[in-house]
Write a protein that binds this ligand. Structure first.
Ligand code: TPP
Length: 291
């Protein structure tokens, strides 16, 4: 049975907790590194690696979706508001069967529709164009309100960065979503404690990010964003909460999984050369032939 067929089956038996995960976190990390290396250009690596477990649980366990029928009208929607982390998103879409390896290999090539930030293309599973930070949540809220009006049993999940939460538009939307009591909207905040130019200092000591979401009237669930059990529990709790929107504030490590990239913001946006590629494989426990 092909990966795609298994995925379709799984989408039909949603709700059943699976023990065997078809797409491993390691697969996703290896794919991120491969794309970054093959494109030969600087790419956003650290913030892609930090959200791997969150995306894997979301696409494997939570989202109602059909990779073989990407425009299925009953699907849930995922929006990568921190659009620069497109490598992680494309790795997941590919591994879950939205497009093949040949397509993925076109990343950043002339004329490709897979470029440094997501460009909406439903046939590839890309629901929204993003890159200018602070826009995904408001787009997601609009979609969720539309679903509510049409009484559709669908939900919207929006992935944001903690640096992105410096954008005022995030909080304008947060207020409106809470005011409207929109329970079809779930924000996932990848709190990896860095932005592009250093540490996130806005929400660090006296003011905690989770507390701000709470103050804006959201149901807030704080988790370790690399712990599968906690992630599954958070998504289940978000789904069960009926009063309004939920924010899953996930504490993560930027560059997670590759030791020399972990909490090292040099890897926010950087190029993987052949030597670095070998180091990445070693760090992932995938030794290269020449050792
Ligand atoms: C409106 C806007 N301003 C500035 C940027 C440039 N920029 C790209 S990534 C980034 C930092 C984002 O930090 P965070 O959301 O924490 O992402 P992560 O650390 O998870 O990669 C910034 C400011 C942008 N993409 N959009």
């Amino acid at each position: 049975m092909s990966l795609i067929e298994i995925n379709v089956m799984r989408s039909r038996v949603r709700g059943l907790r699976t023990i065997i995960y078809m797409v491993s976190d390691l697969d996703i990390r290896k794919t991120i590194v491969d794309i970054a290396f093959k494109c030969g250009e600087s790419a956003h690596i650290g913030g892609s690696l930090s959200m791997v477990e969150l995306l894997n649980v979301l696409f494997g366990e939570v989202l109602k979706h059909r990779p073989v029928e990407p425009e299925w009208p009953d699907r849930d929607l995922f929006i990568l508001s921190k659009g620069h982390a497109v490598l992680g998103y494309l790795a997941v879409l590919h591994l879950y069967g939205y497009f093949d390896a040949d397509k993925l290999a076109t990343f950043q090539a002339d004329g490709s529709d897979l470029i440094a930030h997501p460009v909406k293309k439903l046939q590839l599973g890309i629901e929204s164009s993003n890159g200018s930070l602070g826009q995904g949540l408001s787009f997601g809220l609009g979609l969720a309100l539309g679903m509510e009006l049409k009484n559709e049993d669908r939900r919207v999940y929006v992935m944001l960065g903690d640096g992105e939460c410096n954008e005022g538009s995030v909080w304008e939307t947060a207020a409106l979503a809470a005011e409207r009591g929109t329970n079809r909207l779930c924000a996932i905040v990848d709190e990896n404690h860095f932005r592009n130019d250093g540490a996130v200092t806005t929400y660090a000591n006296k003011i905690k990010l989770a507390g701000i979401w709470r103050a804006f009237g959201w149901n807030v669930i704080e988790i370790d964003g690399h712990d599968r059990e906690q992630i599954c529990g958070a998504f289940a709790a978000a789904r069960a909460y009926e009063e309004g929107p939920t924010a899953i504030v996930a504490s993560t490590v930027k560059g997670r999984g590759i030791d020399f990239m972990e909490a090292n913001n040099d890897w926010h946006h950087n190029r993987i050369t052949s030597n670095v590629y070998k180091d990445c494989l070693r760090a992932l426990g995938l030794e290269t032939v020449d050792g």
